[in-house]
Design a protein around this ligand. Structure first.
Ligand code: ACO
Length: 346
């Protein structure tokens, strides 16, 4: 049917293929999670064979022991689809029930079609609109908040949110300052417009700090420039990223909690983007909270960018650590610079 959306100017009509309960504010509940990482384990000692580094340098500074690296024949979409299948299976829904798929990635396998459309085809979600968003390590949180907006507005009922990245193809494997930090992976959540779920969120961006963490795209190359297109690699001002994260994330968390009347102590877990164990420690310290409120898996996967929050969420879920009523605070932060939080009741 067609739904008229109220605007200040002329009315907009949306083709809505599900029956939304008009006028009723719904929230977004996670009803299934999944995750996938490549089989290939690469340890710090393995990296010491290709660049001048060592486990003694990497582990104390980052908390990373090993990461997973995708084989040449598997990419971001394969991992995203695997995580999505797991989340759909756990949710108990049929793929045809999905109305919207949003994939957060900064390392899609191709420029177009978008990865979300490839996932849609892979899982058979024939009724879903599908698109990607690019927000680096904030990606999953941005995607979840985006889908939540559609669900809470009554436009769609069931969504699939995925964070997937294979940054192994964007790092310069000769640059020891970045290549030791990242790994590949994907995480997914099926969400539905239901009674309890998302209760608060914050999102922000500061484009003036874009150079702090950057991966150049293709350089212009056409018949006018006479140049061949080249792919850029990732570059990072590590200390500036550190300063940004430990200042901005606690502020965003406090703002989210204040906005929903929630106390810090009510949160069971802070599921932070897994960038660096020392960043998580500093955030915990600034919030005056113990580290057991900050679960981590960085040691095993490194920084998987947009995938890190949903992989960790899926692990906690499958380990039975999340109980109905638990309050969780998800936080992503990274290139852009961007940051975002989602406060939800499990
Ligand atoms: N192995 C050995 N030596 C290294 C390595 C390495 N892998 N990388 C850098 N070094 C050397 C440098 O060359 C330098 O040597 P020099 O003193 O002879 O010039 C020395 O170590 C210190 O380099 P710094 O870059 O100053 O190292 P720093 O102490 O800042 O640590 C780190 C780097 C761990 C990245 C730190 O800046 C940090 O924790 N930053 C946070 C950023 C982060 O974690 N980013 C993740 C991605 S972004 C995100 O997800 C939001």
């Amino acid at each position: 049917y067609q739904r008229q959306v109220k605007t200040t100017g002329f009315p907009i009509y949306l083709d809505v293929c599900i029956t939304a309960r008009m006028g009723e504010i719904m929230t977004t509940r996670i009803i299934g999670t999944g995750s996938a990482v490549p089989k290939q384990v690469v340890t710090n000692d393995d990296l010491a064979k290709i660049v001048d580094t060592s486990d003694e340098w990497i582990r104390p500074r980052t908390g990373i022991r090993e990461r997973r690296i995708a084989a040449a024949e598997s990419g971001t979409t394969d991992l995203a689809a695997e995580a999505a299948r797991m989340a759909i299976e756990q949710s108990g829904i049929k793929p045809e029930e999905l109305d919207i798929i949003v994939l957060a990635t900064s390392s899609g396998d191709c420029c177009f079609p978008n990865g979300a459309c490839e996932v849609q085809a892979a899982v058979g979600a024939v009724n879903a609109v599908a698109f990607d968003i690019s927000a680096a390590c904030s990606g999953f949180v941005f995607a979840l908040n985006t889908v939540h907006s559609f669900l809470s507005a009554g436009i769609y009922r069931t969504g699939l949110v995925i964070g997937a990245d294979t940054l192994s193809k964007l790092v310069d494997w000769n640059d020891r300052s970045t290549c030791v930090l990242f790994g590949d992976g994907a995480g997914a959540a099926v969400v539905r417009a239901e009674g309890t779920g998302v209760i608060g969120l914050t999102m922000g961006a500061d484009g003036t700090k874009g150079d702090v963490l950057k991966c150049g795209g293709r350089t212009t190359g056409n018949f006018l420039t006479g140049k061949k297109p080249e792919l850029g690699y990732m570059s990072m001002d590590g200390q500036e990223v550190f300063r940004f994260a430990v200042k901005t994330v606690p502020e965003a968390i406090k703002k989210t909690l204040a906005g929903s009347g929630t106390e810090l102590e009510e949160i069971k877990y802070f599921i932070l983007h897994q960038s660096n164990y020392r960043i998580s420690e500093s955030i915990a310290k600034r919030l005056k909270l113990p580290m057991d409120k900050f679960p981590a898996n960085l040691e095993r996967y490194g920084n998987t960018s947009g995938a890190s929050v949903p992989i960790l969420l899926d692990e906690l879920n499958r380990e039975g650590k999340l109980k109905p009523g638990d309050k969780l605070l998800l936080a992503g932060f990274g290139a852009g610079l961007t940051w975002g939080t989602t406060l939800l009741e499990w």
